[in-house]
Design a protein. Structure first.
Length: 185
């Protein structure tokens, strides 16, 4: 009887150990290059560059080590589009004149290509908006800052990346967002 109890306890301990080992393996395998790069100082993750659009006075920092491929001009306004070497993430940086003097709320109302109810994150302030949604396993994040002192320009970036990598991209999104600003006159 004692042998059966010992075997049952050993089996339960083995199952617990296997679950723990499985969780560790899964955690190691799920570390994405973006996360690993953030942990290694001096890697391409820390290679941030400033991108300028002098026509509208836009400045933004972006991780040039991650977005190493130029995809050409942005689809909106004046700017550029970058991608990761494997194409899994796309960054568009652009500016355009705000000829109609739109506020961030009006800009969203007039240009958003989906119902606002589809947004998972929306922050609209007097001088900027930030929105995000997940579609087909891809996160779309957009931020636009509005400046009135540089001739009424809209300074934006759009970023798409795999939703499964959200935690790995949070730092990148935050740093780009905080650096987006009009150049000083």
């Amino acid at each position: 009887m004692r042998l059966i109890r010992d075997q049952a306890r050993d089996t339960q301990e083995m199952h617990t150990l296997m679950k723990l080992l499985g969780a560790i393996v899964l955690a190691v395998l799920s570390i994405h290059p973006v996360q690993a790069q953030g942990e290694r100082r001096g890697s391409e993750f820390s290679e941030w560059r400033s991108f300028f659009i002098p026509n509208f006075g836009t400045k933004v920092e972006y991780p040039a080590g991650i977005f190493s491929v130029s995809e050409g001009k942005s689809e909106i306004g004046i700017g550029e589009r970058f991608s990761t070497a494997d194409g899994r993430a796309i960054l568009s940086i652009y500016s355009r004149a705000n000829e109609g003097g739109e506020t961030p709320s009006a800009y969203l109302r007039n240009n958003l290509r989906m119902p606002r109810s589809a947004l998972e994150y929306e922050r609209v302030a007097r001088s900027f908006f930030a929105i995000s949604t997940v579609t087909d396993g891809t996160i779309y994040y957009s931020r636009c800052n509005f400046s009135w002192n540089t001739g009424g320009a809209v300074h934006c970036f759009d970023l798409t990346y795999p939703a499964i990598e959200k935690n790995a991209w949070d730092y990148v999104v935050t740093r780009i967002s905080r650096s987006l600003r009009p150049l000083q006159n």
